[in-house]
Design a binder for this molecule. Structure first.
Ligand code: IFM
Length: 786
C-alpha cells in the first residue's frame, strides 16, 4: 500500500493519509535549535542538546502513539465542533488531509466543514525558535466564526530529570503569561535567565499556562476542556506542568483567507524574547524567512546533481539522501523517534562518518565538526565513544567494560574524515592546526591527532597480531572482552589497514617519506597477520573471542560468516584478487536477500556471554542477522573496487527506500530516508524496517552512489570520474561543484561496460586528469567508458 508520493518539483514527500504504519517524521532546524515533526504534528523540540535543553515533552513508546506534539486546534464557534489540521490528537473526521515534508519544514493541511487549514512548521534563519505559520480559508459562502488554539507542552530543560525527579521538577516549574507570550522556566536554577516560550502574533482571547487547566481532569490532548468550552481559563502554573496554549478568535467572510503566527522557542534571556521574535510574528515576514530557508537548501543541494537512467537513484542522490546526510551530520545518533535524545549523545565514530556525507556541500561546517570531535580524543590516541554538544563532555556508551574501557575503532574513523576534508578543499594547513586532547590539557596538531589514532591501535594488538577488540568495534553489540584481554577484531584490523593506506597516500603527497615508510611497514604487517590467521577458506573470519576461538568461521555453529570482514578486506586492500572475489561471492551466496544484505549468518539462537549484546537479539534482528543497512554500501564499494558494477547497483537498488514506496506497509518506516535496519530473512517479519533517519547508512550510501557507482571523487589536486555502473546504462550526466568551480560531466558508455575509462576530455581537450580550476569557472568533462 502507498501512503504518499514524492513531489519532485516541490522537493517534498507528500503523505496522503495520516495513519502511516509508524509516525513518518521530518526534522526542523539546522542543527542548533530544532525538533522532530511527525506527519500528524507529533514530536518535540530542543535547543542544541535534546538531553540538556529540551523545550517540549514527548511520551516515548506511548499508547496512543506519537504524542504530544505541536498542535493547532480549530473550533467552529457555531456548534463547538473542533479538529486539528494534522488529524492528531483529536482524530476527528477530515474532508481532506495531507502532510508535506520538505527540507527543514513540514506543512500539515486539513479541510473540514468548509474550512481549509494549514500549518507550516520551521526554524527561521537558524534562530533559537520555530514558527508555526497557520493559514485558514473559509471555503463556504457564509461568514464563519472560528477559534484557534495553540498547544505546546513544555518539558523541564533537563529531559532526564523531567522523567526521573518528577516531584522536584513539578515543584519548581513556573509558567506565566504576559502580553501574548507564555514563558516557562524553573523557579530558581543557577540564577539562569533561560526559559522556553510560546508567543502569539494575534490578539489573545484567552490563554492557559497550566497544562492541567487546559486539559482538564482525566482528559487528554484529544479532548481538552478549554477547547471543548471554547475558552482557556487564563491560568498560571505556579508548579506542576506548563503549556503554551492561546485561544484566538477569527471571523472569516466568505472565501476569506487569514494567516497568523505562533512561535515556540528557547531563550537565553527571558527578558529579551519579545525583541528577538517581534518581526517574525508578522505572517509576511515569516513567509519571507521560509523562502530564505528554501534558498539555503537549494544552495546546499546545488553542489551535486545527477541525471542517471534510474529515477529513484536521481531522487535520492540529488535530494533525499543529501538531506538525510545533513540531518545525521546535525544529530549523529542522538535524537529521533528511536534515539530518544536521552543518555546517548553524539557518537564519535558516527559523526566521523557522517561528516563525509556532507563534505561536498558544506566543507567549512564539516571542518568545524571534525575539530569538535578531535577534542574528544585522548592524548594516547583513543577517543570518547559519545559526546554532548552543549557541554562538550564525553561518555562511554553501553558496551560492558571488563579489561578495556575503549572501543577499538572509534579513533580510526577520524583519519578518514580529515583526509576527506583535505581532498575536498585542498586546505592542507588544517593538518597544522592545534586542537586540544580531552585529557591532561595537552594540545596536538590535527596531524598528530591522526598519528596518535594509528599508534593507539598499533600498540594494542593481540596474540594473532590483530587489533584488540576492546569493548566492541563498529558492531557495538559484539562484546568479546571477558577480562582476559586477548579478544581481537578482524574488522578493526581491516579498518586500520584502510586508514593506513590513507596515511600512506597523504604522506606520499606531502613528501613525508619517513612516515610513509613507517606506515607502509605497519600496513604490510597487519595485512600479513590478517591473511595468515583470518582466511577461512571461502571468506574472512570476523574476530577471535577472549578464549582465542574464531567468530565468523565455517567451524562455528552460528555466526559462520559476517559481512564486515568481507567488505573491509577489500576496502582495507588486505585481500588478494582471488580472496576478494571469493569473499564477496560468499556474501552474495549466504548473506544477501531481496531486502538487503544481512550482517551475519546463521544468526545466534541464544544468549552467549562470550559474544555479548549481539546474542540478546532474536535471529534476524539488528546486528544478529538483521539487515543493518550501514554495512551494505561497504559491500557495494567493495564490489566496485573489483569492477562488479552490476552487482553493486543491484545492492544499491534493493535497499533504496524510494523503490519500496508502493509497499510501505511492510517497510513501515519512511520511504524517503534510509532506516538503520530491516529485519532479515531469519526473522518472521522479514522486510520490515526500523529506526529511521539516524544511521551511517545515509553518509555511506551517498558515498557509494556518487563517488563509487558514479565515480565522482575528489582528490588532493584533481577531481576523478571513474564510474562503475550497470553495464546496460548508456551513460549519465552530472554537475559537481568542486573548490568553487562547476564541472559539467557527461559519461558515455558506448561499449556497455561497467568500468573503465577509455577517453577523458576536459574543456574540449583530451587529457588524463581533471585539474582543479579557479573559483567561479565552469568546465565540461566528457568521459568515454570502454
Ligand atoms: O556502529 C554502530 C553505531 O555507532 C551506533 N549504532 C549501531 C551501529 C552498529 O552497532
Amino acid at each position: 500500500m502507498r501512503y504518499g508520493y514524492f513531489d519532485k518539483k516541490e522537493r517534498e514527500y507528500v503523505i496522503t493519509r495520516p495513519d502511516t504504519p509508524t509516525p513518518w517524521i521530518n526534522y526542523i532546524g539546522m542543527g542548533k535549535y530544532g525538533g522532530i515533526v511527525s506527519n500528524t504534528g507529533g514530536g518535540y523540540s530542543f535547543d542544541r542538546d535534546p538531553q540538556n535543553r529540551r523545550i517540549t515533552r514527548y511520551r516515548y513508546n506511548n499508547i496512543p502513539m506519537d504524542r504530544p506534539g505541536r498542535y493547532i486546534y480549530i473550533r467552529d464557534a457555531a456548534d463547538g465542533e473542533y479538529w486539528n489540521p494534522g488529524w492528531q490528537p483529536v482524530q476527528g473526521k477530515l474532508d481532506s488531509y495531507c502532510c508535506r515534508h520538505g527540507l527543514g519544514y513540514t506543512v500539515l493541511q486539513g479541510e473540514n466543514k468548509g474550512v481549509a487549514s494549514e500549518v507550516t512548521y520551521f526554524v527561521p534563519d537558524d534562530k533559537n525558535f520555530e514558527i508555526w505559520l497557520v493559514k485558514l480559508k473559509n471555503l463556504t459562502g457564509a461568514p464563519r466564526r472560528l477559534q484557534v488554539f495553540s498547544y505546546a507542552e513544555f518539558c523541564f530543560w533537563d529531559a532526564i530529570k523531567d522523567q526521573q525527579n518528577i516531584d522536584w521538577c513539578q515543584q519548581i516549574n513556573q509558567c506565566k503569561y504576559e502580553d501574548k507570550i507564555i514563558v516557562y522556566y524553573p523557579h530558581e536554577f543557577e540564577q539562569s535567565m533561560e526559559g522556553a516560550f510560546v508567543a502569539s502574533g494575534e490578539e489573545v482571547a484567552s490563554y492557559d499556562a497550566s497544562l492541567e487547566a487546559f486539559i482538564g481532569k482525566y482528559r487528554s490532548e484529544s479532548n481538552p476542556i478549554a477547547v471543548e468550552l471554547g475558552a482557556c481559563s487564563n491560568s498560571t502554573s505556579y508548579r506542576m506542568n506548563g503549556v503554551g496554549a492561546f485561544c484566538v478568535n477569527v471571523e472569516l467572510q466568505q472565501n476569506e483567507e487569514r494567516e497568523m503566527v505562533f512561535i515556540l522557542g528557547s531563550a537565553q534571556d527571558r527578558s529579551k524574547i519579545r525583541e528577538e521574535i517581534r518581526e517574525y510574528l508578522r505572517p509576511e515576514f515569516a513567509r519571507e524567512s521560509l523562502r530564505r530557508l528554501k534558498e539555503y537548501w537549494s544552495s546546499y543541494l546545488d553542489k551535486l546533481y545527477v541525471e542517471t537512467p534510474d529515477e529513484d537513484m536521481n531522487l535520492f542522490v540529488n535530494l533525499w539522501n543529501q538531506y538525510q546526510c545533513k540531518v545525521t551530520f546535525n544529530w549523529s545518533r542522538f535524537v529521533s523517534l528511536y534515539q530518544t535524545g536521552l543518555g546517548r549523545g553524539m557518537g564519535f565514530r558516527d559523526s566521523a562518518q557522517d561528516i563525509m556525507g556532507v563534505m561536498h556541500s558544506i566543507p567549512d561546517e564539516a571542518k568545524g565538526l571534525i575539530t569538535n570531535i578531535l577534542k574528544c580524543q585522548y592524548t594516547d590516541g583513543r577517543a570518547y565513544h559519545l559526546y554532548f554538544p552543549l557541554t562538550g563532555s564525553g561518555g562511554e556508551g553501553d558496551a560492558p567494560i571488563k579489561k578495556f574501557d575503549w572501543y577499538s575503532d572509534d579513533h580510526l574513523w577520524i583519519i578518514m574524515s580529515v583526509d576527506d576534508y583535505i581532498k575536498e578543499t585542498g586546505d592542507f594547513d588544517f593538518l597544522d592546526m592545534e586542537v586540544p586532547y580531552n585529557d591532561k590539557q595537552t594540545v596536538g596538531t590535527v596531524w598528530e591527532h591522526m598519528c596518535r589514532a594509528i599508534e593507539f591501535t598499533g600498540a594494542n594488538l593481540g596474540p594473532n597480531k590483530l587489533a584488540l577488540a576492546g569493548r566492541a568495534d563498529w558492531n557495538d553489540t559484539l562484546n568479546l572482552d571477558m577480562g582476559n584481554g586477548v579478544a581481537e577484531s578482524v574488522f578493526t584490523s581491516m579498518l586500520y589497514c584502510n586508514v593506513l593506506n590513507t596515511m600512506i597516500e597523504l604522506c606520499s603527497y606531502l613528501g613525508r617519506d619517513e612516515d610513509s615508510i613507517k606506515y607502509t611497514h605497519m600496513f604490510s604487517d597487519m595485512k600479513e597477520a590478517i591473511n595468515s590467521s583470518c582466511w577461512d577458506g571461502e571468506w574472512y573470519k570476523r574476530a577471535f573471542d577472549d578464549m582465542g576461538m574464531p567468530l565468523g568461521s565455517e567451524t562455528c555453529e552460528y555466526g559462520k560468516i559476517y559481512i564486515n570482514s568481507q567488505s573491509w578486506a577489500v576496502l582495507g586492500k588486505v585481500a588478494t584478487e582471488e580472496y576478494a572475489k571469493k569473499c564477496l561471492e560468499a556474501v552474495e551466496k549466504y548473506l544477501n536477500s531481496e531486502y538487503g544484505i544481512a550482517t551475519v549468518y546463521p544468526a545466534y539462537r541464544q544468549f552467549d556471554k562470550s559474544k555479548g549484546g549481539i546474542t540478546t537479539y532474536p535471529p534476524g534482528t539488528k546486528e544478529n542477522g538483521g539487515i543493518f543497512l550501514h554495512t551494505n554500501p561497504w559491500v557495494m564499494i567493495a564490489n566496485i573496487m573489483i569492477g562488479n558494477g552490476d552487482r553493486a547497483f543491484k545492492y544499491y537498488k534493493q535497499i533504496l527506500p524510494a523503490a519500496r514506496n508502493d509497499a510501505a506497509e511492510l517497510l513501515e518506516v519512511e520511504p524517503y530516508v534510509y532506516p538503520q535496519n530491516i529485519l532479515g530473512r531469519e526473522h518472521p517479519q522479514f522486510g520490515t524496517g526500523r529506526n529511521s533517519w539516524l544511521s551511517g547508512t545515509a553518509a555511506w550510501n551517498m558515498l557509494a552512489s556518487s563517488r563509487y557507482i558514479l565515480g565522482i571523487r575528489q582528490g588532493y589536486d584533481c577531481l576523478t570520474v571513474d564510474p562503475c555502473i550497470p553495464s546496460e546504462w548508456e551513460g549519465f550526466k552530472a554537475k559537481r561543484v568542486f573548490r568553487g568551480a562547476v564541472y559539467n560531466i557527461e559519461v558515455k558508455n558506448p561499449d556497455r561496460v561497467s568500468k573503465g575509462v577509455r577517453k577523458l576530455v576536459v574543456d574540449g581537450s583530451e587529457t588524463d586528469k581533471i585539474p582543479v580550476f579557479g573559483k567561479g569557472t565552469t568546465h565540461s568533462v566528457t568521459v568515454i567508458m570502454g
